[in-house]
Design a protein around this ligand. Structure first.
Ligand code: PMP
Length: 379
């Protein structure tokens, strides 16, 4: 019998859909899979070659728990240059991105502390908050996914400790403007909160500009900026990312890392070192995603019964549908009738929506979205 703690945690909705896709493929069906939240590209060859060379040279051992110094320094440099965050190696912890979300929460919240979570949210956030003994307080955003600060003020209590931000947003593709983020930061300062700023999609912006709230001087001591290599460099399988935070939080998180993961895989750290020199691949992949975004959006716009927020970043579209059906049932029906996998909106905190990941080939986008159009035409 597993613990009651674990019984409160849900299986990842995206992972379940991927498992289902594998099952159907094994049965010989052609499946149009828009469920997967990862680039379909292989990691750029130079990065793989470099990691391989380093492995052959013996870089196959434990590393310092916070990460190899060269990489921490290089990440600090990147934060200064790209994110305008004035930081140093001692403020950087190398760790897989999803794990860093756990470490950050574990380091700053006590049992029962509240975490303000704007919805729609990344599917894993509520469970990560629960794993770390926090309480989710969901704050709905407006029709354009802007923060409703008046509503959020009502939700703040003496227990509120953290605001969880994801920008660009999975699942909506929203990219917040500097103005919105400055207003949000004022709210965070006003209420003496921490900000966890998950910027894992920072390189995938098609409209608008990246702004990191950690670059605001008054936010420095209360911001944990999180990013990683999975999405920018097609490196999901290498399990590597990082957090940048005040030294006290890095030390606390590093202690937990020592007693859990020990360190991030050594070979992945060398791969990451090389990746940070490879801006060319990032731009090439982004341009490909941008074309796919345009294709997916133009096709989805033509479908009656769907309304669409045009995504500005990441690789997702999150249409709202007009049908009397729950999103779990709709996703299953789409799979059964049109062999299309989408992720239901409910686990992202938004019923009557579904998420399409357009990190898929143009052929898949064309055939799969045609299937979605047929489905809604027949409804
Ligand atoms: N944050 C967000 C918003 C994500 O979409 C993801 C991956 N889907 C992660 C964190 C986790 O990234 P990683 O797989 O690199 O741990």
């Amino acid at each position: 019998m597993v613990s009651s703690r674990v019984n409160k945690i849900n299986e990842s909705a995206t992972v379940s859909m991927s498992n289902k896709a594998a099952e159907l493929k094994a049965q010989g069906k052609t499946i149009y899979n828009f469920g997967i939240g990862e680039p379909d590209f292989t990691t750029p060859k130079e990065i793989i070659d470099y990691a391989y060379k380093e492995a052959l040279e013996g870089k196959t051992h434990y590393t310092p728990s916070a990460g190899i110094m060269e990489l921490r320094e290089k990440i600090a440099e990147k934060m200064k240059k790209k994110n305008n965050i004035d930081t140093e190696a001692k403020n950087v912890l190398v760790t897989p991105t999803k794990f860093s979300l756990n470490l950050a929460l574990y380091s700053i919240i006590d049992e029962g502390d509240e975490v303000l979570l704007p919805s729609p949210y990344y599917v894993s956030y509520p469970d990560i908050v629960k794993i770390n003994s926090g309480k989710n307080v969901i704050a709905e955003t407006d029709n354009n996914y802007e923060f409703d600060l008046d509503l959020m003020r009502k939700y703040v209590s003496p227990k509120t400790k953290v605001f969880m931000l994801n920008n660009p947003v999975n699942p909506t593709g929203k990219v917040y403007s500097e103005k919105s983020l400055r207003e949000l930061s004022d709210f965070i300062i006003e209420n003496n909160l921490y900000l966890i700023s998950d910027e894992i999609y920072e390189d995938l912006i098609y409209k608008g500009k990246m702004f990191s709230p950690g670059s605001i001087k008054e936010m420095e001591e209360r911001t944990i900026t999180i990013s990683g290599f999975s999405k920018s460099y097609a490196m999901t399988g290498w399990r590597i990312g990082y957090m940048v935070a005040p030294e006290e939080i890095i030390k606390a998180s590093n202690k937990i890392q020592q007693q859990t993961l020990t360190c991030t895989p050594s070979i992945s750290q060398y791969a990451a070192l090389k990746a940070l020199d490879d801006e060319k691949s990032v731009i090439e992949m982004k341009n490909k995603f941008s074309k796919r975004r345009d294709l997916a959006v133009s096709m989805l716009k033509e479908i009656d019964g769907l309304s669409l927020y045009e995504p500005e970043g990441a690789f997702y579209v999150f249409p709202e549908y007009d049908a009397d059906m729950e999103s779990d049932d709709l996703a299953m029906d789409l799979l059964n009738k049109e062999n299309v996998i989408v992720t239901p909106g409910d686990p992202f905190g938004a019923e009557k929506h579904f998420r399409i990941s357009y990190a898929a080939s143009e052929e898949t986008i064309k055939a799969g979205i045609s299937g979605i159009a047929d489905y809604f035409n027949k409804l």
